[in-house]
Structure formats: C-alpha cells, structure tokens
Ligand binder design. Sequence first.
Ligand SMILES: N[C@@H](CCC(=O)N[C@@H](CS)C(=O)NCC(=O)O)C(=O)O
Length: 210
Amino acid sequence: MANVSLVGFGRIGRDLFRQTLGDTDINIVSISDTADKANLIYLLKYDSIYGKLDAEIEESETGIVVNGKENRQVDHLTRNPSGQMPTLELDNGNFVSEITVICDYLDEQQGYTDLMGKTSEARAETRMWTRRIDLQIVEPLTNGFRFSEGHDFFKDRLRLIPQAADDLKTLAQERITWLDEQIKDKEFICGDRFSLADIMFYRLFRFIFK
Ligand SMILES: N[C@@H](CCC(=O)N[C@@H](CS)C(=O)NCC(=O)O)C(=O)O
C-alpha cells in the first residue's frame, strides 16, 4: 500500500481524496492546506459536481478524520508504522509496539513476574507459547474475521482478501484443536503458571465468541 501526502486540498486534492477512499493500494496519510479546517470539511462533504460524500468526517485536534481511521494517519504512523494499537510511549519519548513485546517490556520493568517468567527458561517457555499462539492462531483468526465479518470496518484500512477468510479460520481452528491437545493435562498453557500465553489466547477467544 502506498502512503500518500496531499499538499493542498483544493478541487484537485479533494477529488483525488474521494477517488482513493476505499482504495486498498493508496492510503492518504496527511493533508496540508492553510484554509480553515471546518470549511475544508464542508467542501469535501458537499461538492457541487460530485455530490455528497458518503463518509463520516470529523474534525480532530490534528486535522480531519474520515471514516474514523485516526490510527492510520501520519501522527500515529510515526509512533507505529503498522498503524495499529496498542503502542506504548516510553519515558524518553520513544515508542514500542506489538502486544507481546509491550507486555514483555512492562514485566521486565517489574523485575519479571510469573506473567513472563522469573527465570530465563520460564521466559523462553512463555515466549515460545505466545509466539505460537500469536502467529498460528491470533493472526489467521483475526485476518479471517477482518476479511469477512469485519470487512466493512477494515475495507479502508487494510488489504482484504475475502476469499482467504474461510481457509484462515480453518487453519486457526486446526491449531486451536492442536493446542487443546497440548494443554489437556495442564492447568495453564505454561503448566501451573498463569502467563501471558493464557492472556493472549483467552482475550482472543472471548472477542471471537462473545
Ligand atoms: N500484531 C499486532 C496486532 C495489533 C492489532 O491487531 N491491533 C488492532 C486492535 S487490537 C488494531 O489496531 N485494529 C485497528 C486497525 O487495524 O486499524 C500486535 O500484537 O500489537
């Protein structure tokens, strides 16, 4: 996907913007114009030639937000180039993203608890399971969801491959069945220790089956 900045939001800029809404190859990440924001929003929304724009447009502190994609705009992309949440801002102003990495970092700040593991081996075990769960279950299942039930919400945010949705859900389902077998004699995924691996798995499970 190409990230594009528009310099000037006159007739041509607004026309280009309209043409790219819903386009999965072009993502407008910033618009600069000296004109009044409210006026620009009005002109974008009500065009005497192209008619009313079928999109939700709001004014935000930093600019305008179309179809609520603020996390996909340049401000957030400088924090996290993936355009996703969560992103943690550190005390020195740097940013860290990816759920597993943020949790690992925060637990390390506590001197490491059972959530990541108190020994190198316990942490390796947690990272091994969270990686398997993230790559083999969370990612295929959430993409399967984004490509089908979540299609309308994600269509302007990501490249969607609707025909892959069922296969991705099947892949995840097979790995869930495999995981079930792996943990059948254990209390938690890492044995008797409640860890990040359990949280990763069950928060997804609750979201999908809520
Ligand atoms: N691999 C990423 C996935 C993050 C993710 O899926 N974030 C979702 C919310 S939980 C998101 O930002 N959705 C909105 C979007 O993609 O525009 C991580 O572990 O942090």
